[in-house]
Design a protein. Structure first.
Length: 130
């Protein structure tokens, strides 16, 4: 019996319901699972339990902001190898630099093109799994 490959797991962290619904609808299916949370605290708990391959993380959220979440995710030994890409409306060079310093693997500005997210997922899925 052949075991099907494990799904590519994405954790989407955004406080805007319409963004969560749009991205989930755009990416989920054909071996891709998307779980969504709306706060930084929930993101940390879900990432530790779900072990995503990719986290798409907004910067501006109530409570724990995306950069703080990013630092905590990157410091967690159980999440080594998890890609974290910022998905945010912040577009200044200083915002990009802050995310890079905090350990972001990529930066996608809102409004984004669905094709760019799909291409990111396809590229990450093509890499050897951790």
């Amino acid at each position: 019996m052949v075991t099907p490959p494990a799904a590519f797991r994405i954790l989407l962290v955004d406080d805007e319901p319409v963004i969560r619904e749009l991205v989930q609808a755009m990416l989920e299916g054909d071996g891709v699972e998307v779980r969504c949370v709306d706060t930084g605290a929930r993101a940390l708990a879900e990432a530790r339990a779900y072990r995503p391959d990719l986290v798409l993380l907004d910067v501006v959220m109530p409570g724990l902001d995306g950069l703080a979440v990013l630092r905590l995710l990157k410091a967690d030994p159980g999440l080594v190898g998890t890609d974290v890409h910022m998905l945010t409306a912040r577009s200044k060079p200083a915002d990009h630099a802050a995310a890079e310093r905090a350990g972001a693997d990529g930066y996608i500005e809102k409004p984004f093109k669905g094709r760019s997210l799909q291409e990111l997922v396809a590229a990450l899925r093509a890499r050897p799994r951790r």
